[in-house]
Design a protein around this ligand. Structure first.
Ligand code: HEM
Length: 421
């Protein structure tokens, strides 16, 4: 039984991590590891947390049977919030719910496979190679030219932040000059959405959604007018013309790309680079042989876990390890803990870029909702780390302490790196 008493207890520490407490985020792994060892299935308030690899794997991989995404929309937590909000706050909360629950990641069958089929071809290995590899490499060259020009010490967080945003711009046909607006709306939405405790946050998120969706309308119209025959937006518009998806689903898909493809990749790039430089013997493996970049990326995905936890809803009543999970309960899978489960990974706390079991990580999800952009994220990371190893083999961390922010998407606020130019 897990002790839930007071400050400093395991429950208190886990709750701080779930809430994004900056001090707790400095070193979350001892807490996640203790949770997995002492209470691998545990109820905390209205949610059940799963932290073993095998349970997280089932949560993600079998989520159309035991667990559901779509049903979160009608969860008691959201319903209670709606009842207590003013009419204005409730309307804002409903606006956000409607946008969120049209996005692929929150659909269940039969809608999920129907919409996912439309956007799968542009993310195939072949399409990425022909459409995106040269653009990604070009964006990496640009980024490292800036690093070189900055000389001495650079904030690598900026590189890690800008690169995936520009790549998303290339993928969706968004001009560079619009990317800051896009990011600011996406950030305001992510910070404020679906907060059942704050009417004001719902109003803020709904406002930002309005701006983002108006921009996406203009993007779609521009694309239609240009008649560009290839790419992701075209695939979506063709499927809309064929009646496979509707206009709302097309716009929701574009919004989701912006949410799903930026902060996650940015974390892999920033925290991944930091982890490599904290382990100079691992960095040297890449410097000596840049063909190892794909293996390095796989181990960094495991070690860094760009999104620490994901939330589903139980679609059936069941008992797991003596804990009763009621239908409709929120179920949180702790990916960061699953990726360091000693039942699966040998010596899990050790960063080992050549470990054979790295690919068993769950960082990109599994099963029906497996990350659609996995190939693109891996491509960006391999291209950046490989170019860094070639151009800045003597890179090292400075002595400045790193300040952490985020929540599930734990991220350094800044990451100074001495590049030695
Ligand atoms: C290192 C970077 C990334 C990580 C760690 C990551 C992680 C994930 C995870 C864990 C899921 C599953 C969510 C769930 O089960 O609820 C997911 C889904 C998804 N990701 Fe990624 N992602 C990354 C990059 C990207 C990129 C670059 C894109 C697109 C440009 C993207 C697009 C998507 C989409 C559309 C889904 C929803 C798939 C579905 O529901 O069928 N992701 N991602």
């Amino acid at each position: 039984m897990v002790n839930s008493d007071g400050e400093g207890s395991l429950v208190d520490q886990v709750q701080k991590l779930l809430a994004g407490d900056a001090d707790a985020l400095v070193d979350p792994y001892p807490v996640w590891n203790r949770l997995r060892d002492e209470a691998p299935v545990v109820r905390l308030g209205d949610a059940v947390l799963l932290s073993r690899h095998r349970d997280v794997k089932q949560l993600l991989g079998d989520n159309h049977h035991f667990y559901s995404r779509a049903r979160t929309k009608t969860s008691a937590r959201y319903e209670n919030a709606r009842q207590t909000f003013s009419p204005h706050g409730r309307a804002a909360f409903d606006t956000v719910l409607d946008h969120e629950f049209t996005q692929l990641v929150r659909l269940d069958p039969p809608d999920h496979p129907r919409v996912r089929r439309v956007v799968t071809p542009p993310f195939s290995a072949k399409a990425l190679r022909t459409e995106m590899q040269a653009r990604v490499d070009g964006r990496v060259r640009e980024a490292l030219d800036e690093v070189r020009a900055g000389g001495g010490v650079v904030d690598f967080k900026q590189v890690a932040y800008t690169l995936p945003l520009k790549v998303l711009g290339d993928l969706l046909g968004i001009p560079l000059s619009d990317l800051d607006d896009i990011h600011s709306w996406a950030f305001r939405i992510a910070e404020n959405k679906l907060n059942a405790d704050s009417e004001q946050k719902s109003i803020e998120a709904a406002g930002a959604y309005e701006s983002l969706m108006a921009y996406i309308d203009r993007l779609v119209e521009r694309h239609r007018a240009s008649g560009q025959p290839t790419g992701l937006v075209s695939a979506l518009l063709e499927s809309e013309a064929d009646g496979v998806v509707n206009g709302t689903e097309v716009r929701a898909m574009l919004a989701l790309m912006i949410f799903a493809g930026h902060e996650t990749t940015s974390n892999l790039l920033a925290i991944g680079m930091m982890a490599l430089l904290e382990h100079p013997e691992q960095w040297k493996v890449l410097v000596a042989d840049r063909a190892k970049a794909p293996a390095v990326v796989e181990e960094l995905l495991r070690y860094v876990t760009p999104a620490h936890f994901l939330q589903y809803v139980a679609a059936q009543r069941r008992e797991l390890d003596g804990v009763l999970i009621e239908e409709g309960d929120t179920v949180i899978g702790v990916l960061a803990s699953a990726n360091r489960d000693p039942d699966v990974f040998l010596d899990p706390e050790r960063l080992d870029v050549l470990r054979p079991d790295a690919k068993l990580h769950v960082s990109l999800g599994l099963g029906p909702h497996f990350c659609l952009g996995a190939g693109l994220a891996r491509m960006e990371a391999a291209s950046l780390f490989s170019a860094m190893a070639e151009q800045f083999p003597g890179a090292r961390l400075t002595d400045d302490p790193v300040v952490w922010g985020g929540r599930s998407l734990r991220t350094p606020i800044a990451l100074p790196i001495a590049v030695g130019t």
